[in-house]
Design a protein around this ligand. Sequence first.
Ligand code: PLP
Length: 397
Amino acid sequence: MEKPALYGGIPVREKPLSYGKQYIDEDDIRAVTEVLRGDFLTGGPYVAELERKLCKITGAKYAVAVSNGTAALHLAALAAGFGPGDEVIVSSITFAASSNCVLYCGATPVFADIRPDTCNIDPGQIEKLITPATKGVIAVDFTGQAVEQDEIRRICEEHNLVFIEDAAHAIGTKYKGRPVGSMADMTTFSFHPVKTVTSGEGGAITTNDEKLYRKLMRLRTHGITRNQSEMVHPTDAGWYNEQVELGFNYRITDIQAALLTSQLDKLDVFSARRAQIVKRYDRAFSEMPELVVQREIPESETTRHLYILRLNLEKLTCDRREFFDALHAENIYAQVHYLPVYWHSYYEKLGYEKGLCPCAEKFYGEVMSIPLFYAMTDNDAEDVICAVKKLIAYYRR
Ligand SMILES: *Cc1c(COP(=O)(O)O)cnc(C)c1O
């Protein structure tokens, strides 16, 4: 049997392969250069063009582009009206920003467990956590797979809750043929370089509700409006604008907007390539009882952001830590998505205790995200499969 590189064997790859990486082509560079040669670096026409494109792709009536995905979540939580005394039910397996936005508003995140097969928030758990103080649900399309929209929608309507979908992983995904971004009350996106399309830093909120849209637009720019119908002291004086509430500067620049607009032209191509790699991984790993392949609900037509390698620890002599380190020694640089949010020491200090979400906690101990990005080659994917097979053979019980 081949010796893992961790114990002095020869690594499967010479060059490291990371779990994610952006892809920038000459069209992207041209789009950015055009802005730099023009009149507006921010506050110009490229932001509106980006928002039109986001509406087209998501099927939403309105899109508000902002400086990053966390700002998108913050504004969505504010527009939802979350405040002190309110509870908001949040996925437990997600990036901290999904629940930090609830804290920003002075409200309380309540963590819901995941479904063990899809790894998305479990609608049955949401229902169990509802109290008279519950005001909303923030559900994350983890790895890009759509959450169970119909069930969550029904629960939210029944209990009068605002449904925010954190689709940071899921631009391009469809649920029952409808694009993510057109279904929840508000859907937020992130365009950080590890995500499927990027603007360097960037984010957006989509909605079909005009009132929410107007509020999001104001909050993006300090709470200031130029729209007379929104003013307390309306006037048609050319210079006049009025701050009617407390907002922020969460604007995206035209430089970023142009880059993202160009990236979005490639979304279908990016998505198709990711699907090919996922298929290759699924085929290789579904034959191995030492691994658990993530289940996809048939309703989700997924643009996959992450590929989760999940260990069946009962059949292995190692734990996740050792497998992760051994994979790293083979020059496959995985990452772990995610620590259950309430395990972060900050949340611990707020009083959240271990044991809240057993499925999420078990999941965390078994997983790592392996390389999945547009520019990786078939050979890269084969290296990953080869390294995983080598380690499974070594650690098999
Ligand atoms: C990336 C990400 C965010 C935050 O986006 P930023 O653009 O980095 O602020 C929020 N939620 C999830 C699930 C993410 O993956």
